[in-house]
Design a protein around this ligand. Structure first.
Ligand code: GLU
Length: 304
């Protein structure tokens, strides 16, 4: 399979169809990003890189970082984690307060904001400097020092964190939050404000395509059984309340972020990072989803 030719075909078809959306603006700094940016990087399990478009430009990975923080917790906490966070798709917006109230402080899954806050809380209990540990971990997964926290995006989101603060206090009211709300929020917003390019992002999740072993870190990151579980969570919960549609159209485990990035994997073959900032009304990148749909159509295989 000529991956370079494949992603170039996909890139050109998406460019000429030019589907449009809207750059996220509830974090004001993200609204400054050029909506026309578009890049794809595919990394195979030998470490070969195939890229097209803006694939080397760093962007705000936002919620994609929840895959990395979940991995850190899966590794450290093993099965204890699942008494604090469920593993069901939410079917609701990623920042829903009503759902958390309804379900008595146990978030539906680790990728909605409430679930990710519980995970960041767990990391805050474990580490003196959790954000340094998260950065170190993602750098290790990517095989280089590539993570940079964008201070403007961080400050911009912190100033508009009313909903996430409310979620954290709801969690605390249900005894599912152990640290100071402002400490955990700062760490959460910091890992969301990390910037990486498509290649480094694809490298950083390559272990999920490779039964838990990272060829960059040269070690087992999680067991094969945990890698399968994280992939199952990405497939069922990785795209907010559009996870079913992504599974239907693309059929790969993946995770999106409101910065317009999508990271996805094809087990035993490759990982892929796609970035285009304009989002649909569910918060997923319009061009990235179209690109991945075309990719699996052309490959004639997905998970299914
Ligand atoms: N930092 C963003 C938030 O908490 C992440 C959202 C996302 O990418 O889904 O609202």
């Amino acid at each position: 399979m000529d991956y370079q030719q494949l992603i170039e075909e996909v890139y050109n078809e998406v460019k000429s169809a030019n589907p449009r959306g809207k750059v996220a603006d509830y974090i004001p700094e993200l609204a400054e990003v050029d909506g026309d940016k578009f890049g794809i990087a595919l990394v195979d399990l030998e470490g070969n890189v195939f890229g097209v478009g803006d694939y080397e430009i760093p962007f705000s990975i936002q919620s994609i970082s929840k895959v990395h923080t979940l991995t850190m917790v899966a590794h450290i906490f093993q099965s204890k984690l699942w008494s604090r966070v469920n593993v069901e798709p939410s079917g609701n917006p990623f920042n829903s307060i009503a759902q958390l109230e309804f379900e008595k402080g146990i978030p539906r899954n680790p990728f909605i904001n409430a679930g990710a806050l519980v995970i960041t809380d767990a990391l805050t209990s474990k580490f003196d400097d959790p954000i340094a540990e998260i950065s170190k971990f993602i750098n290790e997964l990517s095989g280089k020092e590539c993570v940079r926290i964008n201070q403007e995006v961080l400050d911009s989101e912190l100033k508009h964190s009313e909903r996430n603060t409310a979620l954290a206090y709801f969690l605390k009211a249900h005894q599912n939050f152990n640290n100071k709300v402002e400490d955990v929020l700062k760490t959460y917003v910091s890992h969301c404000a990390m910037e990486m390019c498509c290649v480094d992002l694809a490298r950083s999740i390559s272990y999920l395509a490779n039964d838990g072993y990272s060829i960059y870190a040269k070690r087992e990151i999680v067991t094969e059984s945990y890698a399968r579980r994280i992939n199952a969570l990405m497939l069922t919960c990785g795209f907010y309340d559009e996870a079913g549609e992504f599974a239907y159209r693309v059929g790969l485990p993946g995770k999106s972020g409101v910065g317009g990035g999508v990271a996805a994997i094809m087990p035993h073959k490759f990982s892929i990072g796609v970035w285009s900032p304009e989002l649909n009304e569910k918060g997923n990148s319009v061009k990235a989803i179209m690109a991945l749909e075309l990719l699996t159509d052309k490959l004639k295989f997905s998970l299914f």
